[in-house]
Design a protein around this ligand. Structure first.
Ligand SMILES: [Ca+2]
Length: 538
């Protein structure tokens, strides 16, 4: 072959390639079926296998799409939905708690707007059967996601759960998308809350080239040993492991705190704008006689409540974890399981963290969290647990790649927003100050919102549009409108945006840190136009 012939062939090949890129494949039933036959086993660092595909016809809310199940060898599960009429955007959805599921339906709203969507089980394959709709039963999700036996002496899978599995799933998903549409995504976005927020920050820190925009809600694991999740239970036990401050007393405590602090922000609305300025006088709850009742608290119970607000301290007085935020008391309903005087039960996830995921050598199923010693055991949690921790404040690589990250957290969140605020402040310092940091990172604090959603405040936001406009149009996210849904409305879902007035009861803005929404003093308090930014006290 002459060099000229060779050049001609290369030229023709290049021409064919460019034609393939320019003309995206019109995806349909047959291309979806064909995708299952294609090999992705040579994908670098992510040997991928598609186990099944199926074509799903359009509904009122969702476009027609190709549903894809697969895994990155040996065991990182992935799932994608690839719409026929593709916007060119890739959206990946984060997981929750200890994951183990592929809840792709959480990405219905970006799918309904034309994005190719994906999610991963973070490398632990759920021990439950898939039903005929290919979804795990949402009723089973919490049970699967909170169990930790899979991690018993299983460092490989813990590495995947920490960060490696998510990275591999991103690589695999992009490879599948590129093959299916004959075109790589023009823009890539990540959205997640809790464990999904932890995934977001770890991606921003370790793989800053994967996503143009990331949404990091209430990231789990900001502190290597976030012992709140079991310490709250332990500190509320007496010497006989009986619950001191009972579940049936939580509403009373909340009512007293709100009575003293709700109006401090100028509006009695069940939301405390600035939990740090709320210093309730709990003595008004003291029982007059010797016995507790549902209307009062004993001295021992008040002391326990004060410890819950304060967070864990060791015997030297060093603070080891963060406490319950003022106004967030009702979140304790999920932790304090029994009435005063009864034997408490641990939330299985809290106990499993200690048995299987946090110590370097898993103590296993016989370990009892009541044996945890704040003075000695706390310091044993900084090696393996550190793998999961998204606390590197250097986001300069993300900025260099032009990436953006929106962080947010509710101020009623029992995970406590303080570690995220501390992280954001550090990241701003590393970036060289707020002006430079504003190019690539933003933090929103949401008064009255619980962990990721719920609570008396607004809890529904179109973060996807906010990050998309920031990335694609260069419009930094300033005030973002929050919505409170009617009780029977589940949002966001397919076709949620723009939101319909008929499904909401309230709008209120959120602002970049340090500001939260302050009521102007007149006008409808359920209307976001009657609020302006005011700094929070942390
Ligand atoms: Ca208020």
């Amino acid at each position: 072959m002459t060099s000229q012939t060779c050049s001609t062939i290369v030229y023709l090949l290049l021409l064919l390639t460019s034609v393939a890129v320019a003309v995206s494949v019109k995806a349909d039933t047959s291309s979806c079926r064909d995708l299952a036959e294609r090999s992705f086993s040579a994908t670098p660092d992510a040997p991928t296998h598609i186990t099944a595909t199926r074509f799903v016809r359009a509904t009122a809310d969702l476009p027609s799409y190709c549903d894809v199940m697969g895994y990155v060898a040996p065991q990182v599960g992935i799932r994608l939905r690839l719409p026929d009429d593709w916007s060119g955007r890739f959206h990946m959805e984060g997981c929750g708690t200890l994951c183990g599921i592929r809840a792709i339906e959480k990405a219905d709203d970006p799918l309904s707007r034309g994005a190719a969507v994906a999610t991963t089980d973070m490398g632990r394959t759920a021990p439950y059967p898939l039903d005929e709709n290919w979804n795990g039963d949402p009723e089973v999700y919490p049970k699967v996601m909170r169990s930790g036996e899979w991690a018993y002496n299983n460092l490989e899978q813990e590495l995947d759960f920490s960060y490696r599995g998510t990275h591999k799933a991103v690589v695999a998903s992009k490879a599948i998308i590129a093959a299916y549409y004959s075109s790589r995504p023009e823009r890539s976005y990540w959205r997640g809350c809790s464990t999904g927020g932890r995934q977001a920050l770890l991606l921003a820190q370790r793989y800053p080239w994967h996503f143009d925009g990331l949404i990091a809600g209430a990231p789990a694991g900001m502190v290597p040993a976030y012992i709140n999740i079991f310490w709250r239970t332990l500190t509320n036990f007496d010497d006989d492991s009986r619950v001191i401050f009972g579940k049936n007393q939580i509403p009373l405590l909340h009512q007293v705190v709100m009575g003293q602090c709700d109006a401090q922000d100028g509006l009695e609305d069940g939301v405390i704008n600035n939990p740090w300025s709320c210093k309730p006088d709990l003595s008004v709850l003291s029982c007059k006689g010797r016995h507790a009742s549902s209307n009062c608290l004993t001295g021992e119970q008040i002391a326990s409540v004060e410890r819950l607000y304060e967070g864990a301290r060791n015997t030297q007085g060093r603070r080891l974890s963060f406490g319950v935020p003022k106004g967030g008391e009702l979140g304790l309903l999920g932790y304090i399981r029994e009435n005063a005087g009864e034997l408490g039960t641990f939330e299985p996830m809290a106990q499993d963290r200690l048995r299987y995921t946090w110590f370097d050598y898993d103590p296993g199923p016989a370990y009892d969290a009541r044996s945890f010693d704040l003075d000695t055991d706390y310091y044993r949690l900084f090696t393996k647990a550190l793998l999961q921790t998204p606390d590197n404040p250097d986001l300069s690589k993300l900025a260099a790649y032009g990436g953006k990250v929106i962080m947010y957290q509710g101020l009623n969140d029992l995970l406590n927003a303080e570690p995220l605020i501390d992280y954001f402040k550090k990241a701003v310092r590393v970036a060289g100050g707020r002006q430079d940091a504003d190019e690539s990172m933003q933090l929103y604090l949401i008064p009255g919102m619980n962990h990721c959603r719920g609570g008396p405040g607004v809890d529904t936001f179109d973060w996807v549009t906010a990050i998309t406009q920031w990335v694609e149009e260069g419009r930094p996210p300033g005030a973002v409108t929050g919505y409170r849904r009617k009780d029977d409305v589940s949002l966001p879902g397919a076709g949620s945006w723009p939101i319909r007035k008929s499904v909401i009861t309230k709008t209120r803005p959120v602002y970049p840190y340090p500001n939260v929404a302050q009521y102007s003093g007149s006008g409808d308090p359920d209307d976001s136009s009657n609020f302006s930014p005011a700094p929070v006290g942390y």
